[in-house]
Every structure is written in C-alpha cells, then in structure tokens.
Design a protein around this ligand. Structure first.
Ligand code: ADP
Ligand code: MG
Length: 399
C-alpha cells in the first residue's frame, strides 16, 4: 500500500489534490497537502517531510504550478515528481517535461495506469520500498451468476488466507446487501453494518467507514451487510465506489463478496474490482449462469484477464471432466476447488475458516493455493501438497 508518510500531494487549492487522493486510493487524512502555498513554503514542507514522491495537481498548460514543479525538481533531484491533470494536451505534457516532471497521469485514473506510473518513477529514481505499487490496495470481488456456488465461502477463506500469506492488512466486505451472510460465516458480531455508514438522507459519512469494521481473530477487517434487507436499498452504486476506494487506501487487499445479481450497486462493486473471481460449480444451471455473466462482463468491456474463473465443488469422479468444463466456459479455468461438503459445512457451522476445521484437507490446501495466486512470490510457498487428483489439478491450473 502507499506509504502516506512518504508521499506528498500539492495542488493550488483547486481540488485537484483531493482528486488525486481519490484516484490513487490514499486515505485523505493521512497525506500532506500544500494547497496554494507559496513556492518557498512548499520547498520548506518537502524539506521537512522528505517525501519519496510528490504528486502535483495541474489544471492546464498555463498553470502557475509549472514554475513550482521546475523549482522542486531541481532542488530535490532524488524525489519522484509525478503530475496528474484532468487533460493530456500535448502542450501540457511538453511543458511538464521541460519543467522536469518524471511521470504523468490523467485524472481520474485507473488503478493500472497509476500503478504503471508509480513503478516507472520508482525505477527511474531508484526508490525502494516506498509505495509498493504491486501490492497497493488490490480489490478482488467474488461473484457468481447463481446462488449457492460457494461465493461467500471463498470470499471469507480468501481473506483469511491472504492475511496470513501476504502479511498485509486485509478487509472483506459483504456487498450482498439483501441476504449477506459473511459475518455469520465468519462468526463476527454485525452490530454495525454498511447501512450504518449511510444516513437516513442517503449521504455517506466516510468517517464512519472505519467504525463499522469488526476485527476477525485472523486479523481480517470484516464489514457486514445490513441486517435488514430493506436497509440495503439506501446504499447506492456511488456509495459502493466511495467505500471501496476508501478501503483500498488502507488495506493491502479488499475482498468484496457480492450477490448474484447485476444492479447499480453490484456493477459499481465490479467496476471497482481489479480482479473478479467468477465462482461456479459443475451443475448445468451454474455453468449457464456463468456463461451469461461472462457475456455481461464482455459487454461491460472488462479485461478478460481480470476475470478469474473458479470451479468450486469439483468432483473428479463426476460426470463432467476438466476438459468438458474447459469447453463449456469461454474462459480459462483459474482454479479448481474440490467438493468437500462435510468440511465446508463444519467450517460454516463453527464460523471458522476451512483450515481451522481440517488444516491438511484438500479443500483447505486448495483454498490456500488460490490465495497464493494473488500474492507475488507466495505460490511457491503455498502447499501444492494438496495431494491426490486435486493436487494435480490445482497444479495444472496454476497461472
Ligand atoms: N467446496 C465445497 N464443497 C462442498 N460444499 C461447499 C463447498 N463450497 C461451498 N459449499 C457449500 O455450499 C453452500 C453455499 O455456499 P455459499 O458460500 O453460501 O454460496 P453463495 O455465497 O455462492 O450463495 C454452503 O452450504 C457450503 O457449505
Ligand atoms: Mg453468498
């Protein structure tokens, strides 16, 4: 995640700093902004706080920010100078290059564009360990076209395993606003829920987002769905985007469980996700529902690479072979989880991760391997020792 102590954001009081904060998912309270300060004041602030990277919000090619950038770039040659602007006119880019900016991105920017800019500036300036771009608040949504495929089970276990494997702070949020059962599955009290962050007048109080988090014994931060389905109606797609942006500024991974419906809110959640785990089981209605979901994702122009098809409850002795499944789906299979109803039910009944019920069972191992696929360098450490046929399958479908 971005280390807010080593990042500074400067604008001229035109709101661009806030825009940058939102785009890069940095917690607004935790970064230093120098809106409209005189050049000498900004230089003094940079000297005092020693940021590795300073972001400048620039409105246009004639902005008064340009002389400031020029001064800063020459006085602090080791610091990364990144500029964000609402347009990318050639004149602006030329002026920025002349002023000594290292990187540029347009606002609002996609997480990928931002990560790319960050990586390049870190490489160019030899900045180590500042904002670890690859791990900056990755948002992963779990989605299924049909209920009962194991979406919530996967979300809960993914969050717990990611927490252990990545060592980063992890949050899991239940955006199944009507019948969300994540808190029950993780056995945490849902005294506060998403509905508490949105007032009766429909406004979201961003400060309350931290208050509705409940800590799971694994360290994972859990945000529960409303207890009353009616309360979910006040949560809009815009709320969902704001909540997820805020969370990704604070947590290394934000896992979002969803309902199996396409509506304003779930579409916003999916829009915010860097990767979508599309969960299916091997029953024909589930396969059909997954196909339909894939078509919707196509229409929405989602990058096919970001859709991770996970086949749950696979039975190697069942009617459908892996080859059949591959043909049925238009997507490559990202991961296969074995069918183990007794263990899955025991974990759900006890409100604990599967590994706590039977650490060495194939389902627990396979869930760990799934999580490892989202953590750089962890796959080698994760137990491919899932043994037997499933172990081989898991290995085969490793990406
Ligand atoms: N790999 C699995 N093997 C056997 N049963 C499973 C598996 N994954 C999930 N289940 C069972 O499927 C049911 C639905 O799981 P859930 O996560 O609530 O699905 P969804 O959120 O997609 O509706 C639960 O009873 C759970 O025990
Ligand atoms: Mg569910």
């Amino acid at each position: 995640m971005l280390d807010a102590n080593r990042v500074m954001i400067v604008d001229l009081g035109d709101g661009l700093g806030r825009n940058i904060q939102e785009s890069i998912g940095l917690d607004p309270e935790s970064c230093k902004s120098a809106s409209g300060e005189a050049i000498e004041d900004v230089l003094g602030m940079i000297e005092r706080t020693n940021p590795a990277i300073t972001f400048f919000g620039v409105s246009d090619a004639a902005s008064q920010m340009l002389p400031l950038i020029e001064r800063v770039a020459s006085v602090f040659p080791k610091m990364g100078v990144v500029v964000a602007a609402p347009s990318d006119s050639p004149e602006l880019i030329l002026n920025l290059l002349r002023a000594g900016a290292d990187e540029f991105f347009t606002l609002p920017c996609t997480p990928d564009a931002f990560k790319g800019a960050l990586q390049r500036v870190c490489r160019k300036k030899g900045i180590l360990r500042v904002p670890s771009a690859s791990s900056m608040g990755k948002t992963i949504a779990t989605f299924s076209g049909k209920g009962g495929c194991g979406t919530t089970m996967i979300a809960a276990n993914l969050a717990c395993n990611l927490s252990g494997l990545s060592g980063q702070p992890v949050a899991v949020v239940d955006f199944d606003l009507q019948f969300g059962d994540l808190a029950t599955m993780m056995d945490v009290p849902a005294a506060h829920t998403l509905a508490d962050a949105v007032g009766d007048d429909g406004t979201l109080d961003e400060d309350l987002i931290n208050e509705i988090v409940v800590e799971h014994p694994s360290g994972v931060a859990v945000i529960a769905a409303p207890n009353d389905p009616a309360d979910g109606e006040s949560i809009t797609g815009e709320h969902a985007s704001t909540i997820l942006k805020k969370l990704r500024g604070k947590y290394g991974y934000v896992i979002v469980d969803t309902s199996c419906a396409f509506n304003g809110c779930s579409l916003s959640v999916l829009d915010e996700a860097d990767e979508i785990i599309l969960v299916t089981d091997t029953l024909v209605p589930s396969i059909r529902a997954s196909e339909r979901s894939t078509r919707v994702f196509e229409k929405l122009d989602y990058d096919q690479e970001s859709i991770r098809l996970v086949v749950n409850r696979f039975n190697p002795k069942g009617e459908l072979s892996v080859e059949d499944l591959e043909k049925a789906f238009k997507l490559p299979i990202f991961h296969i989880l074995p069918n183990d109803f007794d263990t899955a039910m025991a974990a759900i009944d006890a409100g604990v991760p599967v590994a706590e019920v039977a650490e060495r069972c194939e389902l627990a191992s396979s869930l760990r391997v799934l999580a490892a696929k989202f953590v750089e360098g962890a796959e080698e450490q994760a137990p491919a020792a899932a043994g037997g046929v499933m172990g081989m399958l898991t290995h085969l479908f490793k990406k």
